[in-house]
Design a protein around this ligand. Structure first.
Ligand code: IMP
Length: 435
C-alpha cells in the first residue's frame, strides 16, 4: 500500500510542482484532494511547457491516473480549456478521473469572490478571484453543485432554478454584477460539460482505495500550503480548503492509516501572495533581491510574491499539522552569495518569547522575529558536479543550513533542490521512495 503525499510547508509556491513531477515518475496515480484552479504549476515535458491550474500534474504523463478528489472545487469551464491545451500538445486525458462528489465553481462564484472582496474594503484577503471561497461556502451551506449532478438532469434543473434566483439576490445585495444566465442557458452549458467529461466522473474514493489495495503507487498532491489551511493557517488570510495532512483523508476519501509518507515541501526562504501577517517579511531592496533571484511572480495571478527569511515557527506548525516524514528543501540556490542568512526560530510578542504560531492575527502582526544568523555560502559554477557527487559536495555552509533545519524540525531533508531543472535535485534516498 505505498502512498506518498506532498504538502507545502509555508504559504504555497514552495516548488511542489517540481518535487511532484520528480516523484511522480514511479506513481501509478496522482490525486489532488483540495483547492481548485487557484493553484498553478508549470510542468515541462521535453520541449513542451504546460501551465496547469485545475488538472492534476499526472495528467500529462502517459499511463497514469490523474484524479480530482472530492475535496477539490472544479471550474469546468476553465478545466476544459486546459484539457484542450493538453490535447493540442499531443497528450491525452485518458487517465483523468473526477470525483462525483467534487463541487463545481460557477461563474457566479467568481463574481461573488470579487464582490465580497470589494465589500470587505480594508479587510481584503487578496484572493485569487477564482471563486474558491464562495464555492466552498456553498458546499458547507449544502447548496453547491457537485460533479455528479451533471449526470442527473432533473435534479440539475431544479438546483439551477433555485441557485440563479438565490445568487442574483445575493449579488444584488453586495453590489455585484448579476449571474447573466437563464435556467435554460446554464442547463445547456452544463450539459456541454457533461458531454466533454461526463464519462470521467466516478466515485474516486473507491478508485483510490482499490489502487492502494492492489499495491499501486499513489501520490497525493497538495495545493497551496499549510499556512493557508482554513483551520490551521493564518485565518482569515487563508484559502477555504484543508491544505494540511487531514485534508487528504476528507478530500480524497481515504482513511488516515492509508497515508504513508508525507513530504513537506519547504522553500529555503519564505514567500506569500496576498494579504496577511508575515513575520519574517522583508521590505525594499532586501525583498527585491529575493524576488528577482527567486523569480517570485505568481503563476495564477501574475502578482509579485512577498519575500522574507525562513520562518521555523511556521515550519514547526506545518510539521505538526501534517506529520512530515521527510522534507524537500527547495530553492537553496536562491540564497547563494549571502554573507549571512537569518533564520527565524521564535517570535517576540509583547515582550514574551513565543515558540508556537499564535491563532490571533493581531498577535501575529505584533510579532518580531527572533533570528539565528547562519553563515552564507558562495555560488559555484559546476552545478552538474555537485549533483553528480551528491549532498556531500554541497558547500559546508549550505549543509550547515540544511542540517540546522533538520535538527530544529526533527525531520530529514531527504530531497534538496538547487535549481529549477529536474536534474538539479539531490535525492538523499537514492530514489527509494516506494519500497
Ligand atoms: P483564494 O484561495 O483565491 O480564496 O485566496 C486566498 C489566499 O490564498 C490569498 O492570499 C491567495 O493569494 C492565497 N493563495 C491561493 N492559492 C494560492 C497558491 O496556489 N499559492 C499561493 N497562494 C495562494
Amino acid at each position: 500500500m505505498p502512498s506518498l503525499a506532498i504538502i507545502g510547508a509555508q504559504w504555497g509556491d514552495e516548488g511542489k510542482g517540481k518535487i511532484t513531477d520528480y516523484l511522480s515518475g514511479e506513481a501509478d496515480m496522482v490525486v489532488r484532494f483540495q483547492g481548485g484552479n487557484n493553484a498553478g504549476h508549470t510542468i515541462i515535458v521535453g520541449d513542451r511547457v504546460f501551465k496547469l491550474h485545475g488538472l492534476p500534474s499526472g495528467v500529462v504523463r502517459p499511463g497514469k491516473l490523474a484524479v480530482i478528489g472530492n475535496g477539490v472545487v472544479v471550474n469546468m469551464e476553465e478545466l476544459l480549456v486546459e484539457v484542450e491545451h493538453v490535447l493540442e500538445n499531443g497528450c491525452n486525458i485518458d487517465g483523468l478521473r473526477i470525483s462525483d462528489r467534487a463541487h463545481l465553481i460557477m461563474n457566479y462564484h467568481k463574481k461573488l469572490d470579487g464582490a465580497e472582496e470589494a465589500y470587505r474594503g480594508k479587510g481584503v484577503v487578496g484572493t485569487t478571484k477564482k471563486g474558491i471561497g464562495p464555492a466552498y461556502q456553498d458546499k458547507m451551506a449544502r447548496i453547491g453543485f457537485r460533479a455528479g449532478d451533471l449526470l442527473e438532469e432533473d435534479l440539475l434543473k431544479e438546483k439551477i432554478r433555485f441557485l440563479i434566483g438565490y445568487k442574483n439576490d445575493l449579488l444584488g445585495m453586495l453590489g455585484g454584477e448579476r449571474c447573466g444566465c437563464t435556467v435554460e442557458s446554464l442547463f445547456a452549458k452544463m450539459m456541454g460539460w457533461k458531454e466533454a467529461v461526463g464519462d470521467r466522473i466516478c466515485d474516486t474514493s473507491v478508485l483510490i482505495n482499490d489502487a492502494l489495495d492492489a499495491g499501486d503507487n499513489v501520490l497525493f498532491e497538495g495545493a497551496q500550503g499549510a499556512m493557508l489551511d482554513i483551520d490551521h493557517g493564518t485565518y482569515p488570510y487563508v484559502t477555504s480548503s484543508a491544505t494540511c495532512g487531514g485534508g487528504i483523508c476528507t478530500g480524497a476519501g481515504v482513511a488516515p492509516n492509508r497515508i504513508g509518507q508525507v513530504i513537506g515541501c519547504l522553500k529555503a526562504y519564505t514567500t506569500r501572495v496576498g494579504e496577511g501577517p508575515f513575520v519574517t517579511g522583508l521590505q525594499g531592496e532586501e525583498e527585491r533581491r529575493l524576488q528577482v533571484k527567486g523569480g517570485e511572480i505568481g503563476v495564477t495571478t501574475g502578482r509579485s510574491r512577498r519575500c522574507g527569511w525562513l520562518d521555523l515557527v511556521v515550519a514547526e506548525h506545518a510539521t505538526r499539522m501534517c506529520g512530515f516524514t521527510s522534507l524537500a528543501m527547495t530553492k537553496l540556490d536562491v540564497l547563494n552569495d549571502y554573507e549571512e542568512i537569518p533564520v527565524c526560530t521564535a517570535y517576540r510578542i509583547d515582550g514574551e518569547t513565543v515558540e508556537h504560531l499564535p491563532a490571533s492575527i493581531s498577535r501575529m502582526q505584533r510579532a518580531e522575529p527572533v533570528y539565528k544568523t547562519m553563515k552564507g555560502w558562495k555560488s559555484w559554477n559546476d552545478t552538474e558536479a555537485v549533483v553528480r557527487e551528491g549532498y556531500d559536495a554541497l558547500p559546508a555552509e549550505m549543509r550547515g543550513y540544511i542540517e540546522y533545519v533538520e535538527d530544529f524540525l526533527k525531520v530529514p531533508a531527504d530531497i534538496v533542490s538547487i535549481g529549477p531543472d529536474r536534474n538539479e535535485t539531490i535525492d538523499r534516498r537514492g530514489g527509494r521512495w516506494w519500497d
